[in-house]
Write a protein that binds this ligand. Sequence first.
Ligand SMILES: NC(=O)C1=CN([C@@H]2O[C@H](COP(=O)(O)OP(=O)(O)OC[C@H]3O[C@@H](n4cnc5c(N)ncnc54)[C@H](O)[C@@H]3O)[C@@H](O)[C@H]2O)C=CC1
Ligand SMILES: O=C([O-])CC(=O)C(=O)O
Length: 311
Amino acid sequence: MKVTIVGAGNVGATCADVISYRGIASEVVLLDIKEGFAEGKALDIMQCATNTGFNTHVSGVTNDYSKTAGSDVVVITSGIPRKPGMTREELIGINAGIVKTVTENVLKYSPDTIIVMVSNPMDTMTYLALKSTGLPKNRIIGMGGALDSSRFRTYLSLALDKPANDISAMVIGGHGDTTMIPLTRLASYNGIPVTEFLSEEVLQKVAADTMVGGATLTGLLGTSAWYAPGASVAFLVDSILNDQKKMIACSVYVDGEYGQKDICIGVPCIIGKNGVEQILEIHLNEEEKALFAKSADAVRGMNDALKSILV
Ligand SMILES: NC(=O)C1=CN([C@@H]2O[C@H](COP(=O)(O)OP(=O)(O)OC[C@H]3O[C@@H](n4cnc5c(N)ncnc54)[C@H](O)[C@@H]3O)[C@@H](O)[C@H]2O)C=CC1
Ligand SMILES: O=C([O-])CC(=O)C(=O)O
């Protein structure tokens, strides 16, 4: 199975690294526009093989899409990350042009591929890729919910002082500082609602920390995060390539689900070899429904900014 990752920067290279050492794909191609950069990252990752014991073949290319031909999955991480104090939405001006061109180039050589969109603002970039290519909606998946849910589980684990892997929790809605919806009511510690153990005040802090999880790391690091984002993409790619049919919150095109149409937004999905195989419509309470509608309005508003690029 072949995976191409466009953008060999922090997130792209980390994703290639995780995919390789976990043996998720037999071949990984990294592509970047910076001369020699992807080649260097690929060689560095390949030199881990003997010490971490993997057999994935990793190669790097400078803007040569012919080397990406026949990819089963293409991950798009090309574009600029935010700096402290910025929102993801502020990246749209530069990243929209990059994502549109990259997506067109990718499809010339891998017309049947499934695209995983990572570049920010991710929900808007997922919508852009879908509208500009006309690909079926099951083949364009925005990665955000896997990461946000993993941050939510981390903050819950810290509050509970219990292992994150014993905690089940999901974030839906937009992948933005104010649009994420951590589903606290449904979060559990080995099947027991976390509300049994944590006060309302603590749960509200956990949800607030989750929503600004990316901004907090950007403030600490000077650029946005990459370890958890890279691992989250690899987790999603694993479910596609190995047809695991995991339930993962992903940004996908909704056509009536959750009362919304014509936007890409985070909802629980079954992810398998066909990409988005099902959108699960879970019951939300009135408060969650109102939050989802507000989040959808914000995501829809951002799509308006694409009008000039989508003509
Ligand atoms: N959806 C999510 O959950 C997350 C999204 N992101 C987003 O992912 C993107 C990448 O972040 P980082 O890897 O930290 O940035 P980075 O700056 O480390 O890497 C981006 C790479 O894209 C390359 N690039 C730019 N234009 C290109 C083009 N036309 N073709 C090929 N490569 C091109 C650059 O040369 C650079 O190496 C950002 O937009 C960031 O906001 C980051 C983390 C999580
Ligand atoms: O915060 C950012 O800009 C990058 C990102 O999407 C994340 O780490 O969640």
